[in-house]
Design a protein around this ligand. Structure first.
Ligand code: 5RP
Length: 251
């Protein structure tokens, strides 16, 4: 991955401490600079992607962008985009997307990602897999040396039918990594239901995932699994906003 660093503040200016949300916004606004009038855009989900969608809405309203079509990756993003007046469509009508902008939970040095802690991984993977360019936007806290190494979960979307059976299969698959498979609950303690009517099993691993492609294939071979949150070799660019500036990593 090649890298380009841009300074956020002029030399000699006093150091400013930015909040995580401000860093997310900086990364999001930078990504929207890649958007051109006439593009079909994949619209991501989560608190970072939300800033990008807001920005696209602003530029449309100001007439600085025209003729945009958005393909949302979740019902939440669909609602946000509709409220901003962004014209929307879907993958059935637009199978080739010019550019998608979305956040991530983990980014490794090869630009492989973990996504889906917001629960939208299936639609995100479908939309971002159909994109010519996928720009991932993160604050620097998301950078890891190896996926699965952050102590946070690897989300797997499963059908609700006999989900415990599927969760056990997943846990056994990563037994050597000390895996604990846990059904994700919503804020009321009920199973979290995805936009597709499925459940999420979060895999907590004590060690990093080894060979990512092997892990991906093994998860997808389990009947009952719909999709997992590893996005391997999909991001074409990752924009990282940190205290010292913006870093742009390209495939
Ligand atoms: C949702 C996602 C999000 O992009 C990911 O969870 C990052 O979220 P945030 O921008 O809120 O940190 O994959 O399914």
């Amino acid at each position: 991955a090649s890298m380009e660093a841009l300074s956020l503040s002029p030399p000699m200016s006093p150091p400013v401490t930015l909040t995580q949300d401000e860093l997310k916004k900086i990364a999001a606004y930078k990504a929207v600079e890649f958007v051109e009038s006439g593009m079909v855009l994949g619209l991501g989900t989560g608190s970072t992607a939300k800033h990008a969608v807001d920005r696209i809405g602003d530029l449309l309203r100001q007439g600085k962008l025209t003729n945009i079509v958005g393909i949302p990756t979740s019902k939440k993003t669909q609602e946000q985009a509709l409220s901003l007046g962004i014209p929307l469509s879907d993958l059935d009508s637009h199978s080739a997307i010019d550019l998608a902008i979305d956040g991530a939970d983990e980014v490794d040095p090869h630009l492989n990602l973990v996504k889906g802690r917001g629960g939208s991984l299936l639609r995100e993977k479908m939309v971002e897999g159909a994109c010519k360019k996928f720009v991932c936007i993160v604050d620097e806290s998301k950078l890891v040396k190896h996926l699965g190494g952050s102590g946070l979960a690897l989300p797997v979307e499963v059908v609700p039918f006999c989900w415990k059976f599927t969760a056990n299969k997943l846990q056994n698959l990563f037994e050597r990594s000390g895996c604990h498979a846990k059904l994700r609950n919503d804020c009321e303690g009920k199973p979290f239901v995805t936009d597709n009517g499925n459940y999420i099993i979060d895999l907590y691993l004590k060690t990093e995932l080894g060979d990512l492609q092997i892990a991906s294939d093994a998860i997808l071979r389990i009947a009952g699994v719909v999709e997992h949150g590893m996005f391997l070799d999909m991001a074409t660019t990752v924009i990282v906003a940190g205290e010292l500036g913006i870093t742009i990593k390209n495939k």
